[in-house]
Design a protein around this ligand. Sequence first.
Ligand code: NAG
Ligand code: NAG
Length: 367
Amino acid sequence: MEIYTILLLFLCFNIKIQISSTTNLASGKFCFQSSTRRETVPKKPHFATNFNNGIVIGDGTDYCSVTDADPLDVSWWSVDLEKVYSVTKVCILSVDDSSYENLKDFNIFVGNFPKDHQTICKYVTGPVKRPISTDISQYNCYSCNTGSIGSFVTIQLTRNNVVLILCDVEIYGDLIKKDRDFHQLDMSNVKEIHGGIGENQPPRGGFDNNFRTIFHSRNHIMVYNPNHQFCVQNFNGTFRTVYELINIQCNPTLEGRYVLIIQNDSPPRDRFLEFSEVNLYVSLLDEHELQTFNGPTYKSGILVKVKNYLHNNVSEKVTSGNFLFSHTVCLEFEFMLTKEIQLISQDNIGISEVDIFAVSKISHKGL
Ligand SMILES: *[C@@H]1O[C@H](CO)[C@@H](O)[C@H](O)[C@H]1NC(C)=O
Ligand SMILES: *[C@@H]1O[C@H](CO)[C@@H](O)[C@H](O)[C@H]1NC(C)=O
């Protein structure tokens, strides 16, 4: 029995060596960080995984990712490897100035979303090398604890009020699962709806991964549909840092075709909604091209006519017409034997889907 077990382990070990990857998994991958230093070129998180390597921060360069310092929280950085890996090694290139020492007492985590602490690849105490070039010898490499499995790698400091600077991050590991059941939504295909866009602020500013262009919506006081499911309600940003990242998980996962971000003041008052970027992670449920009610303006309702089978007369109702944000609007009719249902869009806007629910009056009475 014991001999058998040892043999099995040995075999697994051999196979693992064979498929071990020497490819830098982080190369070119999308990244996130707690906040981003504002400069002519904001020091975006993916500067640590892009193809331009350098060891100085200099204004206008895209060599290093740089966060802002938050007096009340720690800085962190995450990369999305897109597939699930058993991460074996992480190599980090620090910066060639006195702040290279910021990179000490930090954790490297592996998990399933940005800033996920699911497993600790490594806790690093010592200070790192101050690089003199981008040569691989100038990197600080760490082997991960076994079982560091996931598709996001996070580097997180343990002290508040410290700027996190990463001039390059390389990640190595073995592929565990090719297809993850969620992916980053391609925002170039997303249709946005808004209360009204501010001057010189095209709506795409919030979806173009250019931190310096923003989404800016004029005030549009509205009461949201109480049937909305909330991913997060009454959420506050901390806004102590520049380009602060608000990282929200929907737990449980919600289904729908619209994501609504709304200034939720109570009582409602005049406020603008502004943000630099939105990124969404989704699982695809339905690939149908959506031709929906959405558009830049408030839509009038849809007229619904239901013809009575017995008497041939018609009952009419108009939906509330609040299609600016609502993704589904329902109308209820009295029980009748139905011959024909007619939907008339009053402004020629398409309808993406209609669901009809019929109930039996008799079973109702039985209750
Ligand atoms: C959000 O912030 C405001 C103003 O700082 C505060 O009054 C409010 O209690 C906060 N709400 C939550 C849910 O933390
Ligand atoms: C249709 O006719 C029936 C029978 O006359 C009547 O009870 C019903 O109220 C009528 N409905 C409408 C919408 O006119």
